[in-house]
Write a protein that binds this ligand. Structure first.
Ligand code: SIN
Length: 333
Protein backbone atom coordinates (compact mmCIF):
# COMPACT_ATOMS: atom_id res chain seq x y z
CA UNK A 1 0.00 0.00 0.00
CA UNK A 2 1.04 3.56 -0.48
CA UNK A 3 1.61 6.08 2.30
CA UNK A 4 1.57 9.85 1.79
CA UNK A 5 2.83 12.01 4.66
CA UNK A 6 1.93 15.69 4.89
CA UNK A 7 3.13 16.79 8.35
CA UNK A 8 1.04 17.62 11.43
CA UNK A 9 1.54 16.62 15.06
CA UNK A 10 2.20 13.02 14.06
CA UNK A 11 5.40 14.21 12.34
CA UNK A 12 6.32 16.91 14.83
CA UNK A 13 9.46 17.20 16.89
CA UNK A 14 11.76 19.89 18.20
CA UNK A 15 14.68 21.28 16.22
CA UNK A 16 17.10 19.44 18.48
CA UNK A 17 15.34 16.10 19.02
CA UNK A 18 14.03 13.76 16.38
CA UNK A 19 11.46 12.05 18.58
CA UNK A 20 11.53 9.88 21.69
CA UNK A 21 9.24 10.31 24.66
CA UNK A 22 10.37 12.95 27.10
CA UNK A 23 13.25 13.99 24.83
CA UNK A 24 12.43 17.67 24.55
CA UNK A 25 11.97 20.59 26.88
CA UNK A 26 8.22 21.24 27.04
CA UNK A 27 8.61 24.95 26.30
CA UNK A 28 10.64 24.57 23.10
CA UNK A 29 7.69 23.64 20.96
CA UNK A 30 7.44 21.20 18.07
CA UNK A 31 6.79 21.48 14.34
CA UNK A 32 6.56 18.97 11.48
CA UNK A 33 10.02 17.45 10.84
CA UNK A 34 9.82 13.64 10.78
CA UNK A 35 9.72 12.07 7.33
CA UNK A 36 7.34 9.52 5.83
CA UNK A 37 10.06 6.86 6.26
CA UNK A 38 10.57 7.87 9.94
CA UNK A 39 6.87 7.47 10.55
CA UNK A 40 6.59 4.06 8.91
CA UNK A 41 9.64 2.93 10.95
CA UNK A 42 7.96 4.16 14.15
CA UNK A 43 5.33 1.43 13.73
CA UNK A 44 7.97 -1.32 14.08
CA UNK A 45 7.49 -4.69 12.42
CA UNK A 46 4.52 -4.51 10.04
CA UNK A 47 1.88 -7.26 10.15
CA UNK A 48 2.34 -10.09 7.63
CA UNK A 49 1.12 -9.17 4.17
CA UNK A 50 1.50 -5.40 4.60
CA UNK A 51 4.17 -3.73 2.47
CA UNK A 52 4.38 0.05 2.37
CA UNK A 53 5.85 2.51 -0.10
CA UNK A 54 6.34 5.84 1.69
CA UNK A 55 6.24 9.28 0.10
CA UNK A 56 6.65 12.75 1.56
CA UNK A 57 3.91 14.82 -0.06
CA UNK A 58 4.12 17.89 2.19
CA UNK A 59 5.65 18.87 5.52
CA UNK A 60 3.32 21.38 7.10
CA UNK A 61 0.63 22.08 9.67
CA UNK A 62 -2.78 21.02 8.37
CA UNK A 63 -4.10 24.57 8.70
CA UNK A 64 -1.89 25.44 5.71
CA UNK A 65 -3.54 22.92 3.41
CA UNK A 66 -5.62 24.37 0.56
CA UNK A 67 -8.07 22.98 -1.98
CA UNK A 68 -5.16 22.98 -4.45
CA UNK A 69 -3.20 20.71 -2.09
CA UNK A 70 -6.20 18.42 -1.71
CA UNK A 71 -6.79 18.08 -5.45
CA UNK A 72 -3.09 17.31 -5.97
CA UNK A 73 -3.02 14.91 -2.99
CA UNK A 74 -6.09 13.13 -4.30
CA UNK A 75 -4.54 12.87 -7.78
CA UNK A 76 -1.43 11.30 -6.24
CA UNK A 77 -3.54 8.86 -4.19
CA UNK A 78 -5.63 7.97 -7.25
CA UNK A 79 -2.50 7.27 -9.27
CA UNK A 80 -1.21 4.93 -6.54
CA UNK A 81 -4.57 3.13 -6.33
CA UNK A 82 -4.75 2.75 -10.11
CA UNK A 83 -1.17 1.45 -10.07
CA UNK A 84 -2.35 -1.40 -7.81
CA UNK A 85 -2.11 -0.13 -4.21
CA UNK A 86 -4.80 -1.80 -2.07
CA UNK A 87 -5.38 1.43 -0.26
CA UNK A 88 -3.65 4.73 0.42
CA UNK A 89 -2.84 6.03 3.90
CA UNK A 90 -2.50 9.77 4.37
CA UNK A 91 -1.19 11.31 7.59
CA UNK A 92 -1.75 14.96 8.35
CA UNK A 93 -2.45 17.36 11.18
CA UNK A 94 -5.69 16.67 12.97
CA UNK A 95 -6.97 20.26 12.93
CA UNK A 96 -8.55 19.99 9.48
CA UNK A 97 -9.15 16.22 9.08
CA UNK A 98 -12.91 16.77 9.24
CA UNK A 99 -12.65 18.85 6.06
CA UNK A 100 -9.79 17.14 4.20
CA UNK A 101 -11.13 13.59 4.62
CA UNK A 102 -14.54 14.71 3.34
CA UNK A 103 -12.93 16.34 0.28
CA UNK A 104 -10.65 13.35 -0.36
CA UNK A 105 -13.66 11.02 -0.33
CA UNK A 106 -15.56 13.19 -2.81
CA UNK A 107 -12.50 13.38 -5.07
CA UNK A 108 -11.62 9.66 -5.05
CA UNK A 109 -12.93 8.11 -8.31
CA UNK A 110 -11.74 4.56 -7.46
CA UNK A 111 -13.33 1.80 -5.38
CA UNK A 112 -10.32 1.60 -3.05
CA UNK A 113 -10.20 3.71 0.09
CA UNK A 114 -8.07 6.63 1.15
CA UNK A 115 -7.43 6.30 4.89
CA UNK A 116 -6.71 9.51 6.78
CA UNK A 117 -5.10 9.63 10.20
CA UNK A 118 -2.84 11.73 12.42
CA UNK A 119 -1.96 12.03 16.09
CA UNK A 120 -2.85 14.17 19.06
CA UNK A 121 0.35 13.51 21.05
CA UNK A 122 3.53 14.31 19.20
CA UNK A 123 6.37 11.76 19.21
CA UNK A 124 8.31 13.57 21.98
CA UNK A 125 5.48 12.90 24.45
CA UNK A 126 4.82 9.83 26.58
CA UNK A 127 1.94 7.84 25.11
CA UNK A 128 2.30 9.32 21.63
CA UNK A 129 -0.54 7.92 19.51
CA UNK A 130 0.92 8.31 16.01
CA UNK A 131 2.40 4.83 15.50
CA UNK A 132 -0.81 3.10 16.67
CA UNK A 133 -2.90 5.29 14.38
CA UNK A 134 -0.64 4.58 11.37
CA UNK A 135 -0.84 0.87 12.10
CA UNK A 136 -4.65 1.07 12.33
CA UNK A 137 -4.77 2.96 9.05
CA UNK A 138 -2.51 0.42 7.30
CA UNK A 139 -4.69 -2.44 8.56
CA UNK A 140 -7.77 -0.68 7.17
CA UNK A 141 -6.06 0.13 3.86
CA UNK A 142 -5.52 -3.59 3.26
CA UNK A 143 -8.94 -4.74 4.45
CA UNK A 144 -11.44 -6.09 1.89
CA UNK A 145 -14.24 -4.92 4.23
CA UNK A 146 -13.43 -1.32 3.37
CA UNK A 147 -13.33 -1.76 -0.41
CA UNK A 148 -15.87 0.54 -2.05
CA UNK A 149 -15.63 3.25 0.62
CA UNK A 150 -13.86 6.24 -0.94
CA UNK A 151 -12.38 7.53 2.34
CA UNK A 152 -12.42 6.86 6.07
CA UNK A 153 -10.76 8.42 9.09
CA UNK A 154 -9.04 5.88 11.32
CA UNK A 155 -8.14 7.22 14.75
CA UNK A 156 -7.87 5.78 18.24
CA UNK A 157 -8.90 2.35 16.87
CA UNK A 158 -12.16 3.74 15.49
CA UNK A 159 -13.20 3.95 11.82
CA UNK A 160 -15.18 7.08 10.92
CA UNK A 161 -17.20 8.20 7.91
CA UNK A 162 -15.81 11.55 6.64
CA UNK A 163 -19.41 12.74 6.19
CA UNK A 164 -19.87 12.83 9.96
CA UNK A 165 -16.49 12.88 11.65
CA UNK A 166 -15.54 15.98 13.66
CA UNK A 167 -12.64 16.99 15.83
CA UNK A 168 -14.38 17.62 19.13
CA UNK A 169 -11.63 18.10 21.73
CA UNK A 170 -8.50 20.27 21.72
CA UNK A 171 -6.12 17.65 23.09
CA UNK A 172 -7.73 14.28 23.79
CA UNK A 173 -6.53 11.26 21.82
CA UNK A 174 -10.26 10.42 21.51
CA UNK A 175 -10.92 13.77 19.84
CA UNK A 176 -12.63 12.36 16.74
CA UNK A 177 -16.32 11.62 16.93
CA UNK A 178 -19.12 11.00 14.45
CA UNK A 179 -21.68 11.61 17.14
CA UNK A 180 -24.17 12.46 18.19
CA UNK A 181 -25.73 12.31 14.69
CA UNK A 182 -24.06 9.02 13.77
CA UNK A 183 -21.57 6.73 15.43
CA UNK A 184 -18.31 5.37 14.05
CA UNK A 185 -18.58 3.03 11.07
CA UNK A 186 -16.53 0.48 12.94
CA UNK A 187 -13.45 -0.23 14.98
CA UNK A 188 -10.24 -2.24 15.03
CA UNK A 189 -10.24 -5.34 17.20
CA UNK A 190 -7.02 -7.29 17.78
CA UNK A 191 -5.66 -6.04 14.48
CA UNK A 192 -8.86 -6.68 12.50
CA UNK A 193 -10.94 -3.82 11.08
CA UNK A 194 -14.64 -4.38 11.84
CA UNK A 195 -17.44 -2.48 10.11
CA UNK A 196 -20.72 -2.26 12.00
CA UNK A 197 -22.46 -0.82 8.95
CA UNK A 198 -21.67 0.49 5.46
CA UNK A 199 -22.85 3.82 4.12
CA UNK A 200 -24.35 3.91 0.64
CA UNK A 201 -21.86 5.09 -2.01
CA UNK A 202 -21.51 8.87 -1.67
CA UNK A 203 -21.50 11.24 -4.65
CA UNK A 204 -18.13 12.16 -6.17
CA UNK A 205 -16.94 15.39 -7.74
CA UNK A 206 -14.54 16.03 -10.58
CA UNK A 207 -11.14 17.34 -9.50
CA UNK A 208 -10.71 20.98 -10.43
CA UNK A 209 -7.97 23.15 -9.02
CA UNK A 210 -9.78 26.47 -9.27
CA UNK A 211 -12.09 26.35 -6.21
CA UNK A 212 -13.42 29.86 -5.63
CA UNK A 213 -13.41 31.36 -2.12
CA UNK A 214 -16.43 30.26 -0.07
CA UNK A 215 -17.03 32.09 3.21
CA UNK A 216 -18.25 30.55 6.43
CA UNK A 217 -20.04 33.15 8.53
CA UNK A 218 -20.44 32.40 12.25
CA UNK A 219 -23.72 33.60 13.76
CA UNK A 220 -23.44 34.79 17.33
CA UNK A 221 -25.69 36.70 19.64
CA UNK A 222 -25.97 40.37 18.81
CA UNK A 223 -23.37 40.42 15.99
CA UNK A 224 -24.66 42.84 13.34
CA UNK A 225 -22.60 41.11 10.60
CA UNK A 226 -21.95 44.41 8.85
CA UNK A 227 -19.69 42.69 6.30
CA UNK A 228 -22.37 40.28 5.00
CA UNK A 229 -23.41 42.39 2.01
CA UNK A 230 -19.76 42.94 1.03
CA UNK A 231 -18.88 39.26 0.58
CA UNK A 232 -19.45 39.12 -3.24
CA UNK A 233 -17.41 42.32 -3.69
CA UNK A 234 -14.62 40.73 -1.62
CA UNK A 235 -14.50 37.85 -4.11
CA UNK A 236 -16.56 35.22 -2.32
CA UNK A 237 -18.53 32.98 -4.67
CA UNK A 238 -20.72 31.45 -1.95
CA UNK A 239 -21.46 31.60 1.77
CA UNK A 240 -22.26 29.06 4.45
CA UNK A 241 -24.08 30.59 7.40
CA UNK A 242 -23.07 28.73 10.57
CA UNK A 243 -26.49 29.55 11.91
CA UNK A 244 -28.17 29.13 15.29
CA UNK A 245 -29.83 25.85 16.30
CA UNK A 246 -31.83 24.15 13.55
CA UNK A 247 -30.87 26.86 11.02
CA UNK A 248 -31.84 30.27 12.35
CA UNK A 249 -30.55 33.84 12.15
CA UNK A 250 -31.65 37.13 13.67
CA UNK A 251 -34.56 38.84 11.91
CA UNK A 252 -32.26 41.84 11.54
CA UNK A 253 -30.07 39.86 9.09
CA UNK A 254 -32.86 38.85 6.74
CA UNK A 255 -32.66 41.84 4.41
CA UNK A 256 -28.89 41.40 3.80
CA UNK A 257 -29.22 37.62 3.46
CA UNK A 258 -32.07 37.95 0.94
CA UNK A 259 -29.95 40.29 -1.18
CA UNK A 260 -26.94 38.00 -0.85
CA UNK A 261 -28.92 34.90 -1.90
CA UNK A 262 -29.92 36.71 -5.09
CA UNK A 263 -26.21 37.10 -5.96
CA UNK A 264 -24.40 33.96 -4.73
CA UNK A 265 -25.33 30.59 -3.16
CA UNK A 266 -26.15 30.97 0.54
CA UNK A 267 -26.18 27.70 2.51
CA UNK A 268 -27.73 27.35 5.97
CA UNK A 269 -25.66 25.23 8.33
CA UNK A 270 -25.83 24.89 12.09
CA UNK A 271 -23.31 25.96 14.68
CA UNK A 272 -24.44 23.02 16.86
CA UNK A 273 -22.15 20.79 14.75
CA UNK A 274 -24.58 17.88 14.50
CA UNK A 275 -28.10 16.96 13.49
CA UNK A 276 -29.94 18.00 10.33
CA UNK A 277 -31.07 21.48 9.33
CA UNK A 278 -34.81 21.97 9.85
CA UNK A 279 -36.99 22.69 6.81
CA UNK A 280 -40.56 23.10 7.93
CA UNK A 281 -40.79 23.63 11.68
CA UNK A 282 -40.29 27.34 12.47
CA UNK A 283 -41.85 30.18 10.54
CA UNK A 284 -40.67 33.36 12.29
CA UNK A 285 -38.57 36.02 10.54
CA UNK A 286 -35.04 34.54 10.62
CA UNK A 287 -36.26 30.92 10.87
CA UNK A 288 -35.28 28.11 8.51
CA UNK A 289 -38.58 28.54 6.60
CA UNK A 290 -37.97 32.25 6.06
CA UNK A 291 -34.36 31.60 4.99
CA UNK A 292 -35.45 28.96 2.46
CA UNK A 293 -38.09 31.37 1.11
CA UNK A 294 -35.36 34.01 0.80
CA UNK A 295 -33.46 31.74 -1.61
CA UNK A 296 -31.02 30.06 0.78
CA UNK A 297 -30.41 26.31 0.58
CA UNK A 298 -30.01 23.84 3.42
CA UNK A 299 -26.78 22.07 4.39
CA UNK A 300 -28.97 19.07 5.26
CA UNK A 301 -26.98 16.66 7.37
CA UNK A 302 -23.63 18.25 6.52
CA UNK A 303 -21.90 20.36 9.14
CA UNK A 304 -21.24 23.92 8.02
CA UNK A 305 -17.57 23.10 7.40
CA UNK A 306 -18.36 20.09 5.25
CA UNK A 307 -21.05 22.05 3.37
CA UNK A 308 -18.42 24.69 2.65
CA UNK A 309 -16.07 22.02 1.22
CA UNK A 310 -18.88 20.61 -0.95
CA UNK A 311 -19.86 24.05 -2.22
CA UNK A 312 -16.24 24.93 -3.06
CA UNK A 313 -15.70 21.69 -5.02
CA UNK A 314 -19.08 21.97 -6.80
CA UNK A 315 -18.43 25.64 -7.64
CA UNK A 316 -15.20 24.57 -9.34
CA UNK A 317 -16.89 21.65 -11.09
CA UNK A 318 -19.86 23.67 -12.43
CA UNK A 319 -19.05 27.38 -12.03
CA UNK A 320 -22.23 28.59 -13.73
CA UNK A 321 -24.57 26.37 -11.66
CA UNK A 322 -22.83 25.29 -8.44
CA UNK A 323 -26.06 24.13 -6.78
CA UNK A 324 -27.10 21.88 -9.70
CA UNK A 325 -26.11 18.72 -7.76
CA UNK A 326 -26.69 20.11 -4.25
CA UNK A 327 -29.51 17.68 -3.37
CA UNK A 328 -27.17 14.71 -3.95
CA UNK A 329 -25.27 16.04 -0.96
CA UNK A 330 -27.99 17.26 1.34
CA UNK A 331 -30.69 14.66 0.66
CA UNK A 332 -28.46 11.59 0.68
CA UNK A 333 -30.19 10.15 3.74
C1 SIN B 1 -2.11 20.33 12.68
O1 SIN B 1 -3.29 20.16 12.44
O2 SIN B 1 -1.24 20.38 11.77
C2 SIN B 1 -1.62 20.54 14.09
C3 SIN B 1 -2.40 19.81 15.11
C4 SIN B 1 -2.41 18.31 14.97
O3 SIN B 1 -1.82 17.69 14.11
O4 SIN B 1 -3.05 17.67 15.84
Amino acid sequence: MHYLATGGTIASSTATDQGGAGASAPTEGVSPRLTAEDLVSSVGALPAGIAVTAEQFEQTASTNLTFEHLVALSARATMALRDGAHGVVITQGTDTIEETSFALGLLNPTDRPVIVTGAMRNPTLAGADGAANILGALLCAGAEALAGLPAVVVFNDEIHDPWFVRKAHTSSTATFTSGPTAGPLGWIHEGQPRLAHRPSPPPRVLPRTDCPPIAMVPLSLGDPLHYLADLPRLGYAGVVLDAFGGGHVSASHMRAITRLAAEIPVVIGSRTGSGEILRSTYNFEGSEMSLLRAGCVSAGVLTSRKARVALALLSAETPDDPLRRWKEFTERY
